[in-house]
Ligand binder design. Structure first.
Ligand SMILES: [Zn+2]
Length: 278
């Protein structure tokens, strides 16, 4: 398997994130590891061949150091985990931050609209997206306020605008685009570089599974078998690591399609980015 959506953060930031979950959510995640080698060990034990990981700059002034930490952590893991960069638009040098992060080994960019209080279609991202497309990197975007609110249509219009203005950019919408998943499959008709990741939508009992129409999702995947990639959000998940893959298996996809989702599609994106960015 290739897990295209996991999280690693520097220790202080990770502790703050865990405190946030403990105080503001009923997610039981305290027993999940946070130290990069421990996280990697769980992934390896479950047959993950390679993974991407990300953090996010929720305020100005921290993106550069975060990117340096992400790149160094990837080297510490001997490249088993590959990082996605972060930028903050209020940092005056955010374009330089992104380019330097790509030069340092990041294979794309993660944006979290809710945590970072930004919009993926903010025109200020244009130079970063252009540079990423040129290097075959990919954008992973958490669109809208899920899982805390399931506002239909909150993210898909902005994602569509990015696809229109940057048709060459590989764009992965996290969390299967919930709650607009079926709308994203419609968009795929017109945008060949649009992907969805499975993250937290297929694991049984996941807080992201609300309102999921699994038969319709399976039909969408069968129609666009090259456009869905496996991701998990590990280690910030309130269930065992293998739950997501079990949920994908329960869809009853044809074996070659399930393999494409769990491995080949992610591997293709990762390989293209590794070759393009370095
Ligand atoms: Zn995530």
């Amino acid at each position: 398997m290739i897990d295209l959506h996991t999280h690693l953060h520097p220790p202080k930031l990770f502790a703050a994130i865990r405190r946030w979950f403990a105080e503001r959510s009923d997610w039981d995640i305290a027993s999940q590891p946070t130290e990069p080698h421990d996280v990697a060990a769980v992934l390896r034990a479950h047959g993950v061949e390679r993974f991407t990981f990300c953090s996010y700059a929720h305020k100005p002034g921290i993106a550069r150091d975060l990117n340096a930490w992400l790149a160094q952590t990837s080297r510490d893991l001997d490249g088993y985990g590959v990082p996605l960069a972060t930028v903050h638009l209020d940092d005056p040098g955010y374009v330089r931050d992104a380019v330097d992060a790509f030069d340092d080994g990041c294979i794309g960019l993660k944006l979290h609209e809710d945590v970072q209080r930004l919009a993926v279609d903010d025109p200020r991202f244009a130079p970063v997206f252009d540079e990423m497309a040129r290097r075959n990197g990919f954008l992973l975007v958490h669109a809208g306020p899920i899982p805390w609110r399931f506002d239909a249509g909150a993210g898909i219009a902005r994602v569509a605008r990015v696809l229109e203005t940057h048709p060459e950019l590989a764009l992965v919408v996290a969390h299967f685009g919930a709650p607009d998943s079926l709308g994203y499959f419609e968009l795929m008709k017109h945008h060949r570089n649009l992907y969805l990741d499975t993250t937290m939508v297929f694991a049984p009992g996941s807080p992201m599974g609300e309102g999921a129409d699994y038969p319709a999702f399976a039909a969408g995947i069968a129609a666009y078998p090259e456009r869905v990639v496996y991701g998990t959000d590990f280690p910030n998940i309130p269930y065992a690591y293998d739950s997501e893959a079990r949920g994908v298996a329960a869809l009853g996809l044809a074996p070659h399609i399930e393999r494409a989702v769990l491995r080949e599609n992610g591997a293709r994106l990762m390989e293209a980015a590794l070759h393009g960015l370095r």
